[in-house]
Design a protein around this ligand. Structure first.
Ligand code: GRF
Length: 213
């Protein structure tokens, strides 16, 4: 059984690939004093990710680590892990990071990597989760924050939020409503993890007694 070791005063590193609206929600939560942690660095695998500018505007160091600069995936993962460890990061938040997290990064941050996904996992992992939900005909979808393990969108679930599916929804409309919930959910999940005292029991993430909403 794994025990949560990330505690208040933690240093957060955020990994992005694009827009960065979830990154912004974490920056806003930090600015509002709602997250007992400091975002020290934002790392993107793409130099053109708009989220890099959001980081800089928030006074946060923005770093690009491009997979093109490495001959294999492990090298890329090690470079990201190194960039995070150099800055004292203790909790990693994936926020629209469109790369599978490999072993070197997982081993550098055991039970200390979070991801946000736009569906109620375990339904609809992978890309285009909102379109998958519509095509399946579910009446409720939502967002999930989970610990990252070696499998795609499959780690222990920290927090979820439900969103009703409308009869006339499109993937874009549904994505927009889910995103509103994502922006509330991610800072909440980070606070749950930072409160400490949690444990992973099989598939279950069990909250610590110290967390108050
Ligand atoms: C979000 O929907 C997130 O759940 C998914 O990718 C999207 C990223 O959006 N993993 P943003 O870059 O945070 O705006």
């Amino acid at each position: 059984m794994a025990k949560g070791s990330v505690t208040p005063g933690s240093v957060i590193g955020v990994l992005i690939s694009g827009r960065g609206s979830n990154l912004q929600s974490l920056i806003d939560a930090q600015s509002a004093g709602e997250m007992p942690a400091r975002i020290a660095v934002v790392v993107s695998n793409r130099a053109d990710a708009p989220g890099l500018d959001l980081a800089r505007a928030g006074g946060i160091e923005a770093v690009v680590v491009s997979p093109r600069d490495f001959s294999d995936r492990d090298g890329f993962d090690r470079a990201i892990a190194g960039a995070l460890m150099d800055r004292g990061v203790t909790l990693v938040c994936l926020a629209g990071f469109m790369r599978v997290v490999g072993r070197p990064l997982l081993e550098a941050f055991p039970d200390a990597i979070l991801n946000i996904h736009p569906s109620l996992l375990p339904a609809f992992p992978g890309v285009d989760a909102q379109a998958q939900a519509l095509n399946h005909g579910v009446k409720v979808s939502g967002a999930t924050v989970h610990l990252v393990n070696g499998e795609l969108d499959a780690g222990p679930i920290v927090a979820q939020a439900a969103v009703l599916v409308n009869e006339d929804d499109t993937p874009e409309l549904l994505a927009r409503r889910i995103l509103v919930e994502e922006h509330r959910l991610y800072p909440l999940a980070v606070r749950i993890v930072l409160a400490g005292g949690w444990r992973v029991d099989g598939r279950r993430f069990v909250r610590g007694p110290g967390f108050t909403a």
